[in-house]
Design a protein around this ligand. Structure first.
Ligand code: BES
Ligand code: MG
Ligand code: ZN
Length: 498
């Protein structure tokens, strides 16, 4: 999709469909303007429109160049934020679909928000809502491919709208990269193929990628990753991504770790197919979010030194698969009693977190589709976030704020010491599962054993993959985390107050 910005009179805008977001408070004024610009019947046709969130009405203009116009509701003007802007414009996509519009105009409303935020949110929301995964449709034309061109109509003459639109486009494209990776069929993203896709991304967008093969992973002693991989016929990979711009604000990196289980059958502790295993091609959504975030960092030239670590394998039963009762020596030297081979994510993340120590990182954030318990607690609306110490409190608050701004929301769970007791083992240092309760927390407690730096864990099992669509998030991979991390790291780059 091509994106441009124009300030020509609305009447002259030559597009198949023009979207006009309107707040509830401005409906009357908007209808008067619409009659003046598009003709009296347009005003009459729109008369039932109230501007409520999620509402929309289609108009056939008589006195303008646009073939069709759709008003979409922003809700009450008080409290309009970026998320509401994204959701309102996403509503317009259904008209694009019915009208088969190839060119779409979006009229930027005047709101109590910075013009840059408004234009960014309009482009982001629209592009994300228009995303479809058509790779496996034999006749792609049968599917909805989205428009070819988007023109943002803005009344401000300076560069702020253009900057916002450009940022929105780059962020939306980075999210789409992550969605594509999650939606890809597992046979096309074996660890080696996945690593190759990441290398292509790095080359295309200007960050670095180094892929370790099995021999290197063995030499480094990544016992957790190797144990999970033993049931597989495909070797594991460990991919190290680096974005280190000259103008970086930090000497020691922020490290992002993404769970890259390219398919999780559960291993010998096999999952049931229906409602469970059938979604497990998305078990690399954490890794996909890290890749999308690296793309956005590089394309937006964010001045933060960031390293991405992606341990990748599938988790399968097999004649050499790791077994319940087995004790594994991890990269950190810690021994783990494996009581359930389906708790594999923590095994591979632990090795990556342990390796992250070599960077003496300022902060480490991991993203992982780690537990069904996080989905039970929070559903698909937000991710669960946990952290190791009070020093991370400020970063955690910043991350929550980024979540609210971007719509990639995170909600904290406690990490009381007592939860740690649930993973004590009789035979090894720790075991890889807790009891029935607090599954998302005991998983985080497991990971905590492998960190010695400020650390934030985000369990994205819920919001990373949808069975039913949500505003601007179609079914399947959502790319959750890409915009969250991009926004957080953008804030990280700003001079920090002491
Ligand atoms: N990949 C799953 C977690 C998951 C569940 C992701 C649902 C997305 C949706 C993870 O590897 C897993 O199997 N976790 C187990 C842990 C348990 C055995 C302690 C779970 O949550 O059931
Ligand atoms: Mg599992
Ligand atoms: Zn898993």
């Amino acid at each position: 999709m091509k994106v441009s910005v124009t300030t020509i009179p609305l009447r002259e805008l030559d597009v198949d469909l023009l979207l006009i977001p309107v707040t509830e408070d401005r409906v009357q004024a908007a209808l008067a303007e619409i009659e003046a610009v598009f003709g009296p019947s347009a005003g009459r046709a729109a008369a039932d429109f109230k501007g409520t969130p999620g509402s929309g009405v289609l108009i056939y203009p008589e006195t303008a160049n646009a073939r069709r116009v759709a008003l979409v509701g922003l809700g009450a003007a008080a409290g309009v934020d970026a998320e509401r802007v994204r959701r309102s414009v996403a509503e317009g996509v259904r008209f694009v679909e019915t009208a088969k519009a190839e060119t779409v105009g979006i009229s930027a409303p005047a709101l109590a928000l910075e013009a840059e935020v408004v234009s960014q949110s309009l482009i982001e929301g629209f592009m994300l809502a228009a995303y479809r995964f058509l790779r496996y449709k034999t006749d792609a034309k049968q599917g909805f491919a989205g428009p070819e061109r988007i023109v943002l109509h803005s009344s401000d003459q300076d560069k702020t709208s253009r900057r916002g639109a450009e940022r929105g486009r780059i962020l939306a494209e980075s999210v789409m990269s992550a969605r594509d990776l999650v939606n890809l069929s597992p046979h096309e993203k074996t660890p080696v193929l996945f690593a190759k896709a990441i290398e292509r991304s790095a080359k295309k967008y200007g960050y670095e990628a180094e892929v370790w093969d099995q021999a290197l992973i063995e030499a480094e002693g990544m016992g957790g990753l190797l144990a999970v991989n033993r049931g597989s016929v495909e070797p594991p990979t460990f991919t190290v991504l680096t974005w280190r711009p000259e103008h970086a604000v930090n000497e020691r990196p922020v490290v992002l770790v993404g769970k890259g289980v390219v398919f999780d059958t559960g291993g010998l502790s096999l999952k049931k197919t229906e409602g469970s295993m059938e979604y497990m091609k998305s078990d690399m959504a954490g890794a996909a979010a890290v890749v999308g975030a690296m793309e956005a960092l590089a394309r937006l030239e964010t001045p933060v030194y960031v390293v991405g670590l992606i341990p990748a394998t599938d988790n399968r039963p097999g004649r050499n698969a790791y077994v319940p009762g087995e004790v594994v020596r991890m990269h950190a030297g810690t021994t783990v009693e494996v009581l359930n081979t389906d708790a594999e994510g923590r095994m591979i993340l632990a090795d990556a977190l342990s390796y992250a120590k070599t960077y003496r990182p300022e902060l480490v954030i991991d993203l992982a589709t780690l537990t069904g318990a996080a989905v039970v607690a929070l559903g698909n609306e937000c991710a669960a976030v946990m952290t190791n110490d009070a020093e991370t409190a400020a970063s955690l608050e910043a991350l929550r704020a980024s979540g609210d701004r971007t719509g990639d929301r995170v909600h904290p769970l406690p990490m009381y010491e007592e939860y740690g007791k649930l993973i004590e083992s009789a035979v090894a240092d720790i075991k890889n599962i807790g009891g029935r309760g607090a599954g998302a927390i005991t998983a985080a407690k497991f990971l905590e054993h492998f960190v010695d730096y400020p650390w934030i864990h985000i369990d994205i099992a819920g919001p990373s993959f949808l069975k039913e669509p949500k505003p601007y998030r179609p079914k399947g991979g959502t790319g959750f985390g890409v915009r969250l991390l991009s926004d957080f790291l953008r804030g990280y780059a700003r001079p920090r107050k002491s």
